[in-house]
Write a protein that binds this ligand. Structure first.
Ligand code: HEC
Length: 252
């Protein structure tokens, strides 16, 4: 009798492949972008990022998947701490989602483009993109806001973090086609801000970590459950293998 062999090796490599591809796609690798290295399980980073968000972004951008109450619970803060220090307006309620101070219509009137809901951007563009975007504003006297951005050319958003970062100037190279505006080759920090470049990177990393969490408030629970699912799968694989050994013991 020929021995029917359980394709154990193929099964384990399949399982391994699934785990690796899942973690790669979760990291959302984009070519040419500096990695944001966010840490959504880090509560201190999330708290600092939330404060940055409320101070510098909530005036224009909403976070429609996140309620203040949920944020308090996940970030380990009390209702008072959130409503006194982090709620954007006095009329905001603890049970509400985080709205922008500005309506999309006003935003469109002021900036030519409505500031989008940021939970969507953190997901659709990815955290690395947002991290690089916030580091890539430069002075451009020809634009309406006085700023431009190498990641999102002609962005209608001003550089709201300029006090922290300082201002960068562009070095231009050759234009790609005749008549086109010259391409930006590199950026140089010409006026320092309140933070050093390393401190600014860390602050933006906190902010983007918070945005990653805000895009999917269940992410903390999901990751914790994921660990148990993998442990369960590993244990189950072991039991199945032991059972197979037991069944085939007398056949040889
Ligand atoms: C003064 C209003 C204003 C403030 C404050 C502001 N933004 Fe914006 N933001 C905009 C506008 C307008 C756009 C649309 C830009 C465009 O598409 O040209 C935008 C676009 C963006 C985008 C790109 C979204 C996408 O998917 O295209 C990101 C990311 C972003 N903002 C992040 C932030 C962060 C983070 C902060 C806080 C540090 C912030 N913004 C503060 C007005 C603002």
């Amino acid at each position: 009798m020929t021995k029917a062999r359980f394709p154990m090796r193929r099964f384990t490599s399949l399982l391994f492949g699934l785990v690796v591809s899942a973690s790669v796609s979760a990291a959302g690798g984009h070519e040419g972008l500096a990695p944001a290295n966010t840490q959504v399980a880090n509560k201190a980073m999330l708290q600092r990022g939330a404060a940055m968000y409320m101070n510098y972004c909530a005036g224009c951008h909403s976070l429609k998947y996140l309620r203040y109450s949920r944020m308090a619970e996940d970030l380990g803060l009390t209702e008072e701490q959130v409503m006194e220090n982090l709620a954007f307006s006095d009329t905001a309620k603890f049970g509400e989602t985080i709205n922008a101070a500005m309506t999309p219509k006003d935003g469109a009137a002021f900036f030519g483009k409505a500031p989008p809901d940021l939970s969507l951007s953190a997901r659709s563009r990815g955290v690395d993109w947002v991290y690089n975007y916030l580091k890539s504003f430069y002075v451009d006297p020809t634009s309406a806001t006085g700023w431009n951005n190498t990641i999102l050319a002609n962005a209608s958003m001003p550089h709201v973090l300029w006090e922290l970062q300082g201002s960068q100037s562009a070095h231009y190279g050759e234009a790609k086609e005749a008549g086109a505006s010259p391409a930006v080759e590199s950026l140089e920090l010409t006026t320092p801000g309140l933070l050093s470049p390393a401190e600014y990177d860390a602050a933006v990393r906190d902010l983007v970590t918070f945005l990653e969490y805000a895009a999917e408030p269940a992410i903390l629970q999901r990751q914790a459950i994921g660990v148990w699912v993998l442990l369960y799968l590993a244990l189950f694989t072991l039991i199945a293998w032991l059972l197979k050994q037991e069944y085939w013991k007398d056949v040889h």
